[in-house]
Design a protein around this ligand. Structure first.
Ligand code: FES
Ligand code: FE
Length: 434
């Protein structure tokens, strides 16, 4: 492409993990952004949909991978495929619906049609306009090279050489299990995605979900109602993962409002959930799976951060409920998710305001771009935990997850080849006291 490729030396000068210093150029520079679309979004496992969103053959869901529109479709044999939502004739969007069920995708520009596997199946005037010389076989939609799922969470990857999704998720799986396996039947995603735009770089949201619990007492002071009593470091922990993921959690949820249907449901299921997943059943967690998939298990919410330019991203928010929960509990989870984390939620509006104000400074500022931001919190050896895997640190507050995220980001950004991790690297990263 025509991208001016920022050199590896330059990128390394911007991201100094050992010193805990990062230049905000990585959140605003156009060339870095173009390279990121190629080397981060073009090679990583990106969340597409949950099984429950496309249960039947012909069900589809329109989303994005990086900046590219893709359609995810359930096949007649039950498998899932995804492809670029761009017609092979002139690049028009072939699926203009957000979701639905179909037998084919019809391009509304000149009428080419594709089946749900992306094969070109009909071309108007094939014999008189093309004299039958057009190869249908060579003009199918561009497939997403790899589709894999973990416990109903479907991910796609444009890079056929990438290691498996499960290898990429690594020890984060243990924490995801603590959420999606709490009760028999697992989770489902309720219909309807809530989407909104923030004028800031997507990584600000991804890093925050990777472990920025530190912002909550200040940013969300006005909504402490939804958090209960103030918490301290000892009330939770944070975990960094060599694959670039991060998570932090409170050990125990506290009842938001007594007698509210969600708390009653959570209390009622607690013993059974603990029998299945132990202490994880009580965690109030947030996590980011590198690069752009995040979850808020305590708030019934999963997130995808879709980049829309260096200084703009869309938040896609999905409400997650226990599949077998009674209707009133599902309703309560939905209400809770919108009340706290919807675009007008009492928590979410605080976060969006922070990110947007930072984005405005970087957009217009010059001196501000010469800064080195501070990422030093939690810069002490992993404390480790006999039960909880990953690089575990025994404080609710810390930026080890942020540093793991940017360490991995820098590896992708500076590698010509897919940056494979060895088990030795993972072990060294997780080792307590290291
Ligand atoms: Fe799709 Fe021409 S762009 S048929
Ligand atoms: Fe927040």
């Amino acid at each position: 492409g025509r991208t001016v490729v920022p050199s590896s030396d330059y990128l390394k000068s911007l991201v100094d993990i050992e010193a805990g210093r990062i230049s905000p150029e990585i959140f605003i520079d156009e060339d870095i952004y173009r390279l990121e679309l190629d080397r981060v979004f073009g090679r990583n496992w990106l969340f597409l949909a949950h099984d429950s969103m496309i249960p039947k053959p012909g069900d589809f869901f329109s989303t994005y991978m990086g900046g590219d529109p893709v359609v995810v479709a359930r096949q007649p044999d039950g498998s899932v495929r995804a492809f670029l939502n761009a017609c092979r004739h002139r690049g028009m969007r072939v699926c203009r619906a957000e979701s639905g069920n179909t037998k084919s995708f019809f391009c509304t520009y000149h009428g080419w049609a594709y089946d749900t596997a992306g094969n070109l199946i009909n071309v108007p005037n094939l014999s008189d306009a093309y004299k039958d010389r057009l190869s249908l076989k060579d003009n199918g939609l561009i497939p997403v090279a790899r589709i894999e799922s973990y416990k109903g969470l479907i991910f796609g990857n444009f890079d056929a050489t990438a290691p498996s999704l499960e290898e990429h998720l690594g020890d984060l799986k243990y924490y995801i299990d603590g959420w999606v396996d709490q009760v028999d039947g697992g989770i489902e995603v309720l219909p309807g995605v809530v989407r909104w735009t923030i004028n800031a770089n997507w990584k600000l949201a991804a890093e925050q979900f990777a472990g920025d619990t530190y912002h909550a007492p200040t940013s969300h002071a006005s909504s402490l109602l939804s958090f209960g009593p103030p918490f301290e470091g000892k009330d939770g922990a944070h975990v960094a993962f060599r694959e670039g993921h991060g998570e932090s959690f409170l050990f125990k949820r506290h009842t938001r409002f007594s007698e509210d249907p969600l708390s009653l449901y959570n209390d009622a299921k607690l013993e059974a959930a603990k029998a299945r997943v132990g202490d994880r059943a009580e965690f109030v967690a947030n996590f980011t799976a590198f690069p752009a998939f995040s979850g808020l298990p305590g708030s019934s919410n999963i997130r995808v951060w879709h980049p829309k330019g260096p200084n703009k991203f869309e938040i896609w928010s999905f409400t997650v409920v226990d599949k077998n929960a009674p209707p009133e509990a599902k309703k309560a989870m939905q209400v809770s998710a919108s009340f706290t984390e919807g675009p007008a939620g009492v928590v979410e509006t605080d976060d969006g305001e922070n990110w947007g104000l930072i984005g405005a400074i970087l957009e217009q500022g010059h001196q501000a771009r010469k800064m080195r931001w501070n990422y030093q919190m939690g810069d002490y050896p992993a404390t480790g935990h006999e039960e909880f895997p990953g690089a575990y640190r025994d404080s609710f507050f810390g930026e080890a997850g942020h540093r793991a995220f940017y360490r991995r980001w820098l590896e992708f950004m500076t590698s010509e080849e897919w940056p494979v991790l060895t088990q030795e690297e993972r072990d060294a990263f997780n080792k307590p006291g290291a």
